[in-house]
Ligand binder design. Structure first.
Ligand code: PLP
Length: 374
C-alpha cells in the first residue's frame, strides 16, 4: 500500500468496471451453472456471431486464449516445423511463443517509433533474406493497427498468409477496416485486462475463409470433424460458455471512454508542455482503441517510481524485446539488432487510460508527470 499519497489511480481498475455490471454478471453465472453446459454451446455461438459481425468477418471461432488463437491460426495455415514466421520483437511473448509452439522459427523485424508496430519499410529486405517465411504476424499493439496495406501487398505478392495479432485491438480500425478482417485470420484475446475481458482466459479467431473456419473449428477440438472422427491432429482449446456471457455489449462504451481519456492526455501534455511524447494514432489508424496509452519519455524508470509515490499505477510494456529473451538465445540475435524496439523498451511507459478515469484523474496524472521533469 502506498503511504505517500492519498490518491490511488491504478493502471487498470477492474473492480470499478465490474461494479457497473455485477448484478448482470452474477445472474449470467447462475444461468450458466444451472444449465450445466459449460463448454462451447449456444452462448459461445452467440458471441462468435457478434464478434464476426463486429469485426466485419464472415466467421469467428472461439478458443481458450489469445495465445491458442495464434497457434491454431498457424496450424490451420499449415505452418510446419522448420518454417519461418515473420513478426515483431516488440510485443507480448505469446506472439512469438505461438510460432515456436508449432515448431516454426520466429524471424524478427524492427518496429517504428511512432506506432510501436512493424516498420514496413524494412519488410521487402527481410522477406528477400528469408525465403522460408511461411506466415507473417503483424501485431496491432496497444490498440492501434499495424500498417496493413503494404504488409498485405508484400505478403500477397509472395503468397504468404497474414495472421493479425489483434489480441489488444478488438474494434480497432485500419483505414475503416476492422482489426482481424484484413489478413487471412485474426487472433483476439479475452484476457481480463483486454478491452473485452473475460472471467478467466479466452480467445477468438476471425476469418472470411470458409475452409479455414471449418479447420479452426475442428482444430480447437482435437481436429474432430465428426463424432470420434479426426481429420487433423488438433488440440483442446475451447471457449467456456461463461466467458461469452456479458461484457460484449459494454465494449463500445468502454472504448469511447478510453478514446476520450487518450485525447485529454494529449491536450494536457501539449498545454503543459510536458517533455514526453504521447501516443497518437497514425493517419491510417482510423480507430485506435487504446488497450494501453503509452508515452515515450526520458528517465522512464525514475518517472515510474515518482508516479508510484503519487499513487499512480503505470507499466512498462515491454522491458525486454523478444530477440533478447533467454529462450530465444539460439536464434542468434544480439543487442543492437533491433534498435527501435530496444529504444522503446527503455523509453515507453503505459499510463492509466481505462474508462473509469475522470478528467480530474488525468489532470492529476499529467501534473505529476510535469512535476517530475520540472
Ligand atoms: C499482443 C498479444 N498477443 C497475444 C496475447 C495472448 O493472449 P492470451 O493472454 O489470451 O493468451 C496477448 C495477451 O496478453 C497479447 O497482448
Amino acid at each position: 500500500m502506498n503511504t505517500m499519497s492519498e490518491k490511488q489511480i491504478p493502471l487498470l481498475d477492474l473492480q470499478a468496471q465490474h461494479a457497473q455490471i455485477r448484478e448482470e454478471v452474477l445472474a449470467e453465472i447462475v444461468r450458466v451453472v444451472d444449465s450445466q453446459k459449460f463448454i462451447l454451446g449456444e452462448d459461445v455461438k452467440k458471441l462468435e456471431a457478434e464478434i464476426a459481425s463486429y469485426s466485419g468477418t464472415k466467421y469467428a471461432i472461439g478458443c481458450a486464449s489469445g495465445s491458442d488463437a495464434l497457434m491454431l491460426a498457424l496450424m490451420a495455415l499449415d505452418v510446419h516445423p522448420g518454417d519461418e514466421v515473420l513478426t515483431t520483437p516488440y510485443t507480448f511473448f505469446a506472439t512469438a511463443g505461438a510460432i515456436s509452439r508449432v515448431g516454426a522459427i520466429p524471424v524478427f523485424m524492427d518496429v517504428e517509433e511512432d506506432t510501436f508496430n512493424l516498420d514496413v519499410s524494412l519488410m521487402e529486405g527481410v522477406l528477400t533474406a528469408h525465403p522460408k517465411v511461411r506466415a507473417i504476424i503483424p501485431v496491432h499493439l496497444f490498440g492501434g493497427c499495424a500498417d496493413m496495406d503494404p504488409i498485405m501487398k508484400m505478403a500477397n505478392e509472395r503468397g504468404i498468409p497474414v495472421v493479425e495479432d489483434a489480441a489488444q485491438s478488438i474494434g480497432s480500425e485500419y483505414m475503416g477496416r476492422r482489426a482481424g478482417s484484413i489478413g487471412k485470420i485474426g487472433a483476439f484475446s479475452f484476457f481480463p485486462s483486454k478491452n473485452l475481458g473475460a472471467y478467466g482466459d479466452g480467445g477468438i479467431m476471425t476469418t472470411d475463409d470458409a475452409v479455414l473456419a471449418e479447420r479452426l473449428t475442428a482444430l480447437r477440438v482435437h481436429g474432430r470433424t465428426g463424432k470420434y472422427f479426426h481429420q487433423w491432429i488438433g488440440v483442446n482449446s475451447r471457449l467456456d460458455a461463461l466467458q461469452a456471457a456479458v461484457q460484449f455489449r459494454y465494449l463500445d462504451g468502454w472504448t469511447a471512454g478510453r478514446d476520450r481519456n487518450a485525447g485529454h492526455y494529449r491536450t494536457q501534455i501539449a498545454k503543459l508542455a510536458i517533455p514526453v511524447i504521447p501516443a497518437k494514432p497514425a493517419v491510417y489508424q482510423t480507430r485506435h482503441v487504446y488497450n494501453q496509452f503509452a508515452i515515450r519519455c526520458q528517465q522512464r524508470d525514475g518517472l515510474q517510481a515518482h508516479l508510484k509515490k503519487q499513487g499512480i499505477g503505470s507499466e512498462v510494456y515491454y522491458p525486454l524485446p523478444l530477440h533478447l529473451q533467454p529462450c530465444y538465445a539460439d536464434l542468434g540475435y544480439e543487442k543492437g539488432d533491433f534498435p527501435v524496439s530496444e529504444k522503446l523498451a527503455a523509453e515507453s511507459l503505459a499510463l492509466p487510460v481505462h474508462s473509469g478515469l475522470t478528467v480530474e484523474d488525468i489532470d492529476y496524472i499529467c501534473e505529476s508527470v510535469r512535476a517530475f521533469y520540472a
